[in-house]
Design a protein around this ligand. Structure first.
Ligand code: ZN
Length: 219
């Protein structure tokens, strides 16, 4: 029973890979973002606690996040393992995951660190356009609209979000790299870190990860 960890900065394709691995391996995709939304929607005590911090622009405290993940990993569909996305995000969370794994007789790892060079991320984001009307997402290179500057669905104007401006992307990635670095070091010191080249088509990234998991299973 494996808890597979997927690490990476925003834009590296972490969520996409976690979903694809979930489908390929038949293990649930456990995303901290989805758990926050679910608990908040259902008004659980942990959700109310999370909402209180989000409303103040603060991070959800480790204890609340850990409680949600533990509860999720207790569900029957996670009896064979899970693909973890957005968790752990801090060293206390990583320590908690080790404790949860011990309780459930699971192994943590491999931890896949999906790496994409900073300037590639800037390029990817710089090509993103969203429509004014409904936020439909396009990409000038990978998913262009039929007619330049116009949404295929509703005909509204396509614009670049402030968040996708090169300087904003650079700053955001650098902030996340600083937050991710201790986790990368944590899993490297445990001998379960796997660096994955995220600068290739998403199918190739998935294939690289599945090949590593196959080798691990054969050992
Ligand atoms: Zn649209």
């Amino acid at each position: 029973m494996l808890y597979v960890v997927v690490l990476g900065v925003p834009g590296a394709g972490k969520g996409t890979q976690a979903k694809r691995l979930s489908a390929a391996l038949g293990l649930p995709h456990v995303s901290s973002g989805d758990l926050f939304r679910e608990h908040i929607q259902n008004g659980t005590p942990l959700g109310i606690e999370a909402q209180r911090h989000i409303d103040r622009g603060q991070l959800v405290p480790d204890e609340a996040t850990i409680g949600m993940v533990r509860g999720r990993l207790e569900r029957p569909d996670a009896a064979s393992g899970a693909i973890l996305d957005g968790f752990p995000r801090t060293i206390p969370q990583a320590d908690a995951l080790e404790a949860i794994a011990k309780d459930f007789d699971a192994t943590v790892g491999p931890a896949f660190h999906i790496r994409v060079p900073l300037e590639r991320l800037v390029d990817r984001m710089a090509g993103r356009r969203v429509c004014r009307e409904a936020g439909h997402v396009y990409h000038l290179a990978y998913n262009p609209p039929k007619q330049a500057g116009v949404c295929d669905v509703d005909g509204s104007e396509l614009v670049q979000r402030e968040d996708d401006q090169p300087e904003t992307v650079r700053n955001r990635v650098q902030v996340y790299e600083k937050l991710t670095a201790p986790l990368v070091a944590f899993y490297r010191s445990r001998g379960v870190l796997q660096e994955v080249n995220g600068d290739q088509p998403m199918g190739a990234v998935t294939a690289e990860i599945l090949a590593i998991l196959g080798q691990e299973a054969a050992r």
